[in-house]
Design a protein around this ligand. Sequence first.
Ligand SMILES: *[C@@H]1O[C@H](CO)[C@@H](O)[C@H](O)[C@H]1NC(C)=O
Ligand SMILES: *[C@@H]1O[C@H](CO)[C@@H](O)[C@H](O)[C@H]1NC(C)=O
Ligand SMILES: *[C@@H]1O[C@H](CO)[C@@H](O)[C@H](O)[C@H]1NC(C)=O
Ligand SMILES: CC(=O)N[C@H]1CO[C@H](CO)[C@@H](O)[C@@H]1O
Length: 462
Amino acid sequence: MGSLTRNKAEDHKKQLLFILAVTLLLSSACAGHELNVPAEPCSDFQAASILRGSKLKIQFLLFTSSNSSCGHRISSADDIKNSNFNTSLDTKIIIHGFRAFGRKPSWINRLISAFFQAANVNVVAVDWVYGATGLYSDAVENVTKLSLEIYHFIRRLLTLGVPETSIHLIGVSLGAHVAGLVGYLCEGHLGRITGLDPAGPKYTKASHEERLDPGDALFVEAIHTDTDNFGIRIPVGHIDYFINGGKDQPGCSSIISGYNYLICDHLRAVHLYVSALENSCPMMAYPCSSHENFLAGHCLDCSNPFLFSCPRIGLLERAGVSVSELPKEAKVYLETSSSAPYCMYHSLVEFRMQQGRSAVTSIEVTFRSSNSTSRVKITIPKQQMLGKGVLAHPVPLCQIEAVMLKYVPKRQIWKKDETLIVGKFCTIALPVSSGEKMFCLSQHLPLTASSPFAHGLAVPCV
Ligand SMILES: *[C@@H]1O[C@H](CO)[C@@H](O)[C@H](O)[C@H]1NC(C)=O
Ligand SMILES: *[C@@H]1O[C@H](CO)[C@@H](O)[C@H](O)[C@H]1NC(C)=O
Ligand SMILES: *[C@@H]1O[C@H](CO)[C@@H](O)[C@H](O)[C@H]1NC(C)=O
Ligand SMILES: CC(=O)N[C@H]1CO[C@H](CO)[C@@H](O)[C@@H]1O
């Protein structure tokens, strides 16, 4: 089986290299005949109709910080030379995905201006709306051709002295796999690829050559927000963020109707990334084997594999991770709120009963600050005394003013559950450094179903 898939991959590679050679020949043959059209004031994305032609009509639009909604077409080498492209700055290349209605992506201007807010960079948006519309499977068919064109564009930049490491591809959905293919053509030498909910359909079982994978750039990261629908389930980068578990996002409820509801989870990856660029609040994530284990409080730091440097969504070099050798396909987890800026802080909460019970015990823990309420239910197994969980809240733990604890009664038909639970409450902010002590309420707390226990909380800020 191994040799069969390897042969298939080799064939695919050969095919790509062949197309590459032919298009290189063609493009160098035509280079001399390029007309020097004077630059128009502003160029925008195209709109593709159902009767689109048979050409991909790709546009490379350069944006600068002076006006982040005014693009300049820079497709040929001369265009680039005559433009404001600054070869000494990093370059962000944004690649959109499938466009069901053949229109400009609604989020593109916000993403571009967020980049200018975060850094002094060149931003290039790739408009391939023409090839991205119609059927999803047609858009997938156009990916190879598109990737080759982007590859040629990057080669033109390299000829002008742009270092490969200064190039960062940001691919949305299907665009993430396009970025992967471009990265593969560049032999993994590009600086960074960020996949924003990389597409799942047709890619979950694809080979490494066909989909985004950690070999495609020096640093590859992906943000997963819709793994049960349009996004890919499997990790595809060095670091893979699974937001709220990666499947369903808070605020994407059935209240929003129609198309916006369908793509709400999928697009959350873009909105989170924009928010991370615009805000200084931390979107820090924790490595764990599963979302369930993360929520159950089994993954409290980043010692393995990141040597205590937890990855953060945004533009920090290698996501702020300081290990010399990057792990591959490291799954990291974080919870977010339902609206911008989305950031949450995570704390371990623990309740230790004085004695074990013959039934499972559930306790609801609520944190309250001046403007927020967050809760989590923790479960203590039969015959055990300790229950724990991770509670996500919008302000740092030291700004939480009160904790409420409530025994959640077992649903009983015949009589009220009048159990008295006595135990101690402790908490600590994530990431937990080694040797750090938990903050505990000193007294034993009596909890019943009818009388929840409330207490002020004053965890010092560190
Ligand atoms: C920026 O460009 C847009 C066109 O895309 C134009 O409408 C707007 O006036 C420009 N803004 C400034 C400040 O030049
Ligand atoms: C390019 O960027 C560098 C670094 O910010 C700056 O010093 C230089 O002036 C810029 N060049 C142009 C032509 O704007
Ligand atoms: C809530 O209050 C804290 C300060 O107590 C503030 O930093 C934060 O921005 C506020 N959040 C919201 C959503 O208003
Ligand atoms: C614009 C363009 O070239 N679109 C093509 C994308 O791929 C499908 C399927 O091969 C073609 O039918 C389109 O013409």
